[in-house]
Ligand binder design. Structure first.
Ligand code: G
Ligand code: G
Ligand code: MN
Ligand code: NA
Length: 255
């Protein structure tokens, strides 16, 4: 069986789930958001990394179903946490460039899921990679605007790995830049990485965007990012991506 056929079956057989990785504000120390990451536990292959199956899903068109599954699960879960009286924070779902290219389906899925779950739209966010955003920027800007009208905010993910024109970036009505973890990894030892992160933080501030550093793995990373004026962090140092139950537990402890 090909990976594609296995994946097709996985969606129908409930082998996919969402894990949640918290994002922390460096000023307050509070959890201010979470990123949802798809997980596939295959009965014959075991855990399959999204790095391996997302490209297959994009090529085959299965990505639309996976995204709709994630939106559905995340919105339902967030609403459920709210009903339990837990701290309420937005959940961000990753979307791929292809979904922005043919955005009607994405927009109607968002609308349907918000309506079905009765989740207020500002608790749902989307992450679009820098390279996808810049590939057809005019279209992506139009889609981000439509999402914004629905109350759904967008972040630019993996920032620094694509080729942003600053004049184009400033036209995106986004709230947040997420600095790719490849720059954070060696930030304390590689002066070039430190300079790049410094420049991204300064640029984000100039554009009045929040900036999140990804892949923060230790106290040294955190301290260094703080001195550069970075707003928020995400990474193993604070928490790995967690299954829903563990994320709910973390939210309940912070209520
Ligand atoms: O969680 P992990 O490090 O294994 O994710 C690997 C890659 O897969 C990351 O680039 C991440 O953005 C991507 N990814 C994880 N979950 C999703 C998802 O639900 N949709 C899309 N399009 N990409 C995802
Ligand atoms: O491309 P995107 O930023 O959406 O992917 C996030 C990916 O990074 C996920 O696969 C997630 O599991 C992974 N990740 C999250 N925190 C860390 C970290 O601190 N270190 C490393 N190496 N990977 C991380
Ligand atoms: Mn992401
Ligand atoms: Na990223």
């Amino acid at each position: 069986l090909s990976l594609q056929n296995r994946l097709r079956r996985a969606i129908d057989h409930g082998e996919l789930s969402a894990h949640y990785q918290p994002q922390v504000d460096l000023g307050s120390g509070e959890i201010i958001g979470m990123e949802a990451l798809v997980r596939w536990n295959s009965p014959d292959l075991g855990m399959v990394s999204p790095a391996d199956f997302i490209p297959v899903a994009e090529e085959s068109g299965l990505i639309d179903g996976i995204c709709e599954f994630m939106l559905d699960v995340c919105a339902t879960q967030n609403k459920e946490w709210q009903k339990q009286g837990l701290m309420t924070i937005p959940v961000a779902v990753n979307v791929s460039g292809r979904q922005f290219q043919y955005a009607r389906r994405l927009l109607s899925a968002c609308e349907r899921i918000l309506s079905v779950t009765d989740l207020d739209s500002h608790w749902l966010e989307l992450e679009l990679t820098e390279s996808s955003a810049m590939r057809d920027a005019d279209n992506a800007i139009a889609v981000v605007n439509q999402l914004k009208e629905m109350g759904i905010g967008c972040s630019i993910d993996d920032f620094g790995t694509g080729y942003s024109s600053l004049s184009v970036l400033k036209r995106f009505p986004i709230q947040k830049l997420k600095i790719d973890r490849s720059f954070v990894m060696d930030i304390t030892t590689d002066p070039n990485d430190a300079a790049i992160v410094d420049a991204i933080v300064a640029m984000a501030k100039a554009l009045k965007l929040k900036v999140v550093a990804e892949g923060v793995e230790n106290q040294e990373h955190l301290d260094f990012l703080r001195t550069l004026g970075c707003d928020q962090i995400q990474g193993y140092f604070f928490s790995r991506p967690l299954p829903a139950e563990a994320m709910g537990q973390m939210l309940s402890e912070r209520r």
